[in-house]
Design a protein around this ligand. Structure first.
Ligand SMILES: CCC1=C(C)/C(=C/C2=NC(=C\c3[nH]c(/C=C4\NC(=O)[C@H](C)[C@H]4CC)c(C)c3CCC(=O)O)/C(CCC(=O)O)=C2C)NC1=O
Length: 177
């Protein structure tokens, strides 16, 4: 498991070089933007329930066969597993946002998930759709544009943070697809 800083050190060590000026610039911006990053993590985790349940409800409305006999979330056990998976994935995404690096998400959450879903017959197209709804919600929270749940926060440019967060959802979708 890496974070933005350890990844820079490991890359420098692998090439036997000092940490250079451009890496130090990268670290400087990581540190300077730290408060924004912590706010983003807070906005995501404090709305986690809403983000996950809304996405799972969304796929159930869009695809009625999911809740019909034989469907991906037919039976309370499967519905609970689906909600739990949304929760787990969002939790690992929040860790990745915190440390500025996706390795924790890749190593501890996504490793073999595609094979698990295939073995259990979890419909990955619907799972990918749920993740895209979660992504839209998370982006709205990080941008602080979720109309019903605005936070009082200093205004600033969060574009790079937003694309980083969106990128973590894209990693999950491409891993399971
Ligand atoms: C390390 C982190 C971690 C992950 C990522 C994880 C995922 C995970 N999801 C599972 C099942 C499942 N996942 C789903 C999810 C869904 N079904 C749908 O139709 C929807 C599209 C989708 C929700 C969005 C369902 C329904 C099951 C149960 C499938 C079954 O048992 O038939 C299972 C099989 C074991 C179990 O049921 O608990 C695992 C291991 N477990 C972990 O510990």
């Amino acid at each position: 498991m890496f974070d933005r800083l350890s990844r820079i050190v490991i890359a420098a060590d692998a090439s036997g070089s000092f940490v250079g000026a451009s890496e130090l610039e990268d670290i400087k911006s990581f540190v300077n933007e730290g408060n924004k990053r912590l706010d983003a993590v807070n906005f995501i985790v404090s709305n986690a329930n809403c983000i996950v349940t809304d996405a799972v409800a969304g796929i159930c409305c869009e695809t009625e066969s999911l809740t019909a006999p034989g469907g991906g979330v037919y039976t309370p056990r499967k519905m609970a597993a689906c909600l739990r998976d949304g929760d787990i994935i969002l939790r690992y995404i929040s860790y990745a946002v915190l440390v500025g690096d996706p390795s924790v998400l890749n190593d501890r959450c996504l490793n073999s998930l595609k094979e698990t879903y295939a073995a259990l017959g979890v419909p990955t197209g619907n799972a990918a759709r749920a993740l895209s709804i979660m992504k839209a919600a998370a982006v709205a929270f990080v941008n602080n544009t979720a109309s019903q749940r605005q936070m009082t926060v200093t205004q600033g440019d969060c574009n790079s943070l937003v694309s980083e967060v969106a990128g973590y959802f894209d990693i999950v979708v491409s891993t399971i697809s």
